[in-house]
Design a protein around this ligand. Sequence first.
Ligand code: F6P
Length: 743
Amino acid sequence: MKSLNLQLRFLAPLIVTLVAAAYFALPLMDRLTLRWFARDLNMRGNLVTNTLSDSISDALSDAKGARLQALFDRAVQDERLVAIGLCSLDGTMLRRTASFPRSLDCRQALAAAEQPDPRLRLAGGAVHIGVHTVDGEAGPIARLVLLHDLSFIDRRSQDTRQYLLLFIGALGLTIALITVVVAQLSWRGWVSGVRGLLRGEGLLRPVAASPEMAPLAAEIRARMRDLEDEYRRAHGPQTGWDPERLRALLRTQLQGDQVIVVSNREPYIHDTGPDGTVVRRPASGLVTAVEPVMRACSGTWIAHGSGSADREVVDRHDRVGVPPGRNEYVLRRIWLSAEEERGYYYGFANEGMWPLCHVAHVRPVFRESDWEQYRIVNQRFADAVVSEARGEDPVVLVQDYHFALVPAMIRAKLPRATILTFWHIPWPNPESFGICPWRREILEGMLGSTILGFHTRFHCKNFIETVDRFLEARIEHEHSTISFKGEETLVESYPISIEWPPASEQAAWPTIDECRRRVFERLRLPATTCLGVGVDRYDYTKGILERLHAVERLLEKRPEWIGRFVFVQVAAPSRSLLEEYQSFQERIARVTERINQRFGQPGYQPVHLLAQHHEHDAVNELFRACDLCVVTSLHDGMNLVCKEFVAARDDEQGVLILSRFAGAAREMTEALIVNPYHVEETADALHRAATMPPAEQRERMASLRMTVRENNVFRWAGHMLTDAGRSRLRERIEARVERHRVE
Ligand code: F6P
């Protein structure tokens, strides 16, 4: 009884204090949140104004109001931007989107924006009003009025309030619990228990001191940690994704755990050249994307050592620090025998899985012996992961169709690992996939993943339907999860991208004029030539043949381009050991020759086929020199060439022609989207691109650049790792609940 009184005497003021804290803290929190968001919205407004200023200036001088209207209409598709109005300097409304309130004129807008709390109540809810000056060459030319939706602020405020209340509640409970324990211990005279408590043992091992309180105390402590995590996640930086933000995410949500990447292709290849060892960067979308992520995260990258000098530079554990000279992460090389490479890489992966998933009208070939090698090599890579893992729950990023079995193999040895598998190529429908003799084994292997990523929702849907068709698994469509043999896999889309070139790299690029001069000189092109470019691996899925047919058709139906249009195709040799690739390469060479004979003239060669590997700088030079870039994949998971082209054009000129069958077509809608199987349509797109006015090129390119800059590869990795962090958090909670249940 005495103990109870003591506890009540302490708890009553405590509860009063906590309620008072909540009462005063909540409005303060709301005010702060609003101020932060208002600042963000102003910054966003400035960004939108800067982006649109050239187009506005063009539209004001050329009276191209329709395009500006279209631009405004596109801009307000952003869910937070409600309406845009353009006011002249003397306060006349020049243009507005349909959503702009009729009752609001320029004068009222200016007055409202100058208020300390620039909010307006409209029928659809509160909006933030911002007025931004549009500068032309000779100074201000107009004012842009932007109305931003504020409902999300209310939502976030509510979230914040909820977290704060939960936090205060949990804090109160913890203090109350400590009070109860202390009071009980002191009342019963458990001196040794008190000593243990002071040393932290009481809370760590409360079962001995107070069995009835133990689960509660453990749960409260755990819940506090979870709340902290949630809070950090909800209030994480809202800025763009960059290496620093990715590192911060790793530190906080993944608690600095080890990251291991597994891929077939290695990011750096050491070859023996005539003057000693040379380092090559392979032509691979996978490497382009994952390498910057590894530089940001450190860790270990396990890959096949395929270079002729690879063995000479590794240590006795087959490891070498890369990038050469900077050693930002470790590359662990796996050696394959000729038989293994033939069966696993050339055979099962590239004669079986590659055509199976691309549905590009090349028949998949499945041989028992290739499958055998595929299994053996997958096991070798999985074992390498286990031997590289420093703890029992590393974060493992498994890449692509070469390693469908690896996730389950890792899971068997490291059950607590977080395994993120990313499938860089398309996933076909269940009927197409069904022809694979080992379809069940492939699916079961992949379902060892914690998270399974594809580029598009469409590929996720195909995968889920395939599992539904061939395995006994529980599918939760609402959450996009598959439960198989007691393990759950999240199937999610994460559109991959490139690293947006850092300012220091861009500053070192030769100017556009210089690139054009060098390329034109090398290819001996007259200055008036319209130059089209294609850059691909020499692969039948890339639509190189269809592209050449389109060039031929252009010259046929518009002879005015003969002598003035030149197309350069860079084709990096790839998988050349395979017959299908050899005959494809021969066919491309034959078609090129035919077009050149048909339309060539002295001093004019319409198609230049450069069938060799080009390093990044050489490709960048071509991208900066050309007038248009053509990507006509017949089927492509994403395609990063188009994103690299856009990143190279800091002059906001150049036109992108893009296949609708590349995953990238979903985000890069300002490109000229074509069906590569439709030769006529692609030929017309070539003409349209070659004659597109500079102002239209700028509008399209500026918008494409904004898309790629924002949706960069750090965002791709960030989203996957955030989901991984969430899954680890859930597992921690489940493990604790299970422990308590058993105790
Ligand atoms: O997307 C498939 C892929 O593995 C990519 O990751 C990469 O761009 C390309 O194929 C490289 O192929 P390979 O490694 O066989 O040269």
